[in-house]
Write a protein that binds this ligand. Structure first.
Ligand code: NAD
Length: 403
């Protein structure tokens, strides 16, 4: 029935999304007569009509990624490669070589200093200037190589330069593979707010080669696991259980297990994005589980104190405690979620958490409607809802419970 190793999503009746994701990604799935009917195994398709695109997951295939890009975009003659500085020597330069071998005549490279501060107005300005100096035009393609920082920055440059040039995402962190490279959210931070300026701009292709995880530092790898756990909590109890059973193998970065987790997360994300591309129905907002608290943790601790994933892990712990105090979930839910987070080497607490600092930041969240806070809260494993919540005492207690 199901080829998935956990294989119980259909049995417990909670797998409605997984079923939809599977249907969308069946090799013979066809919703539009003009599009492909055969999908190679292992590819995940983001179903967005004429803007749909594949997520290709490979292993140790870096040398042929240039050729894959050229194959997908045959008219590509000018590659605007935007690469994380730490990723360039080991991975970026090789991809440029591959593009050249595939016949892409012009390849220019912009190196982005590693780290969150690069998602800034200043760096975006430098990137635009570089694109102009490189004589980029709408026939060019921006190729973002790196984690979520480079993907978000380069994606926004692609969305805005010359009113839009094509984009290929080549994520090299676990977080960017399972989350930021898929779905078209791009943007930068303002001094007063994370991801406050940006655009929806879908890539033409997402290329994931899991070999790149081999050079990723431990903290960044584990940070990505927070987003992986998130998918289990918000949408797929069977996947959550599978993660519980594979914690050690995931932490050891065993290829088969990691690749399966990435594929499944991409399927869930693809299905959610296909349902609500621009976050208008509330469906896509579920992907922000733990993020309203998490963004406030990142901002009040000072960017760089926690990785994005660590902040999301603590944020999910706070959200679970708020949900429990509202009677939405029980103790067992909170304990199980904590255990998986801790098992993945992530924090559930921050002793510096200060509700009087965090709550004003949470009010700037993009889910706020008419100044009222709205939070993604679980009702059971595999299901969350967008809940208006102005009970500041309860939110305060949920934050304090994670100190
Ligand atoms: P990141 O891009 O800062 O990468 C983390 C670190 O890993 C950096 O120091 C980088 O130099 C290094 N690195 C990247 N790939 C490497 C590799 N293969 N080997 C060695 N080092 C490598 O952080 P991230 O965790 O990937 O992404 C976080 C960002 O993503 C945040 O800005 C967050 O807001 C954003 N995000 C966006 C979305 C979206 O939908 N657009 C979703 C989630 C998160």
């Amino acid at each position: 029935m199901s080829a998935e190793p956990w294989g119980i999503a259909r049995r417990d009746g909670t797998g409605t999304l997984a079923t939809r994701a599977d249907v969308l990604n069946r090799p013979d799935h066809q919703t539009d007569q003009t599009r492909i009917t055969q999908r190679p195994a292992g590819e995940v398709w983001v179903e967005l009509g004429s803007r749909g695109y594949p997520i290709v997951i490979t292993r140790d295939d870096w040398g042929s990624l240039g050729g894959r890009i050229k194959q997908k975009l045959p008219d590509l003659t000018h590659a605007l490669v935007v690469c994380d500085a730490a990723v360039r020597p080991r991975w970026g330069d090789g991809l440029v070589e591959g593009l050249r071998s595939a016949g892409v005549g012009r390849c220019d490279t912009f190196e982005v200093p590693s780290g969150e501060p690069s998602k800034s107005i200043e760096m975006l300005g430098r990137l635009w200037d570089w694109m102009l100096a490189s004589n980029a035009d709408r026939r060019g393609v921006v190729i973002a190589i790196g984690g979520g920082v480079v993907g978000d920055l380069a994606g926004f440059a692609a969305a805005s330069f010359a009113r839009g040039v094509r984009l290929v995402q080549v994520p090299t962190t676990l977080l960017s593979m399972v989350d930021s490279s898929v779905g078209g959210k791009t943007g930068i931070n303002l001094e007063g707010g994370k991801n406050m300026v940006g655009a929806f701009w879908q890539p033409s292709l997402v290329l994931i080669d899991t070999a790149t995880l081999g050079t990723l530092g431990q903290r960044d790898y584990r940070g990505g696991m927070a987003e992986v756990i998130k998918y289990g909590v918000i949408e797929d109890a069977a996947f959550f259980e599978w993660l519980e059973r594979h914690v050690e193998r995931l932490d050891a970065r065993e290829h088969e297990v990691v690749a399966e987790a990435i594929r499944h997360c991409c399927r869930i994300k693809a299905a959610v994005v296909a349902d609500d591309e621009r976050e208008t129905t509330g469906r896509r907002a579920i992907l922000n589980y733990g993020h309203t608290f998490g963004h406030a943790i990142e901002a009040t601790a000072g960017y760089g104190t926690f990785t994005h994933g660590e902040a999301v892990a603590i944020g999910m712990s706070m959200a679970a405690r708020l949900a429990r105090s509202l009677g939405r979930v029980d103790d067992a839910f909170v304990e199980r979620q904590d255990a998986l987070i801790i098992g993945c080497g992530l924090p559930t607490r921050w002793e510096g958490a200060d509700p009087s600092e965090m709550i004003p930041v949470m009010r700037k969240d993009k889910k706020v409607a008419h100044a009222a806070l709205r939070l993604i809260l679980p009702t059971r494993l595999g299901h969350v809802e967008l809940v208006p919540c102005e009970d500041i005492d309860r939110i305060t207690r949920a934050i304090e419970a994670c100190r």
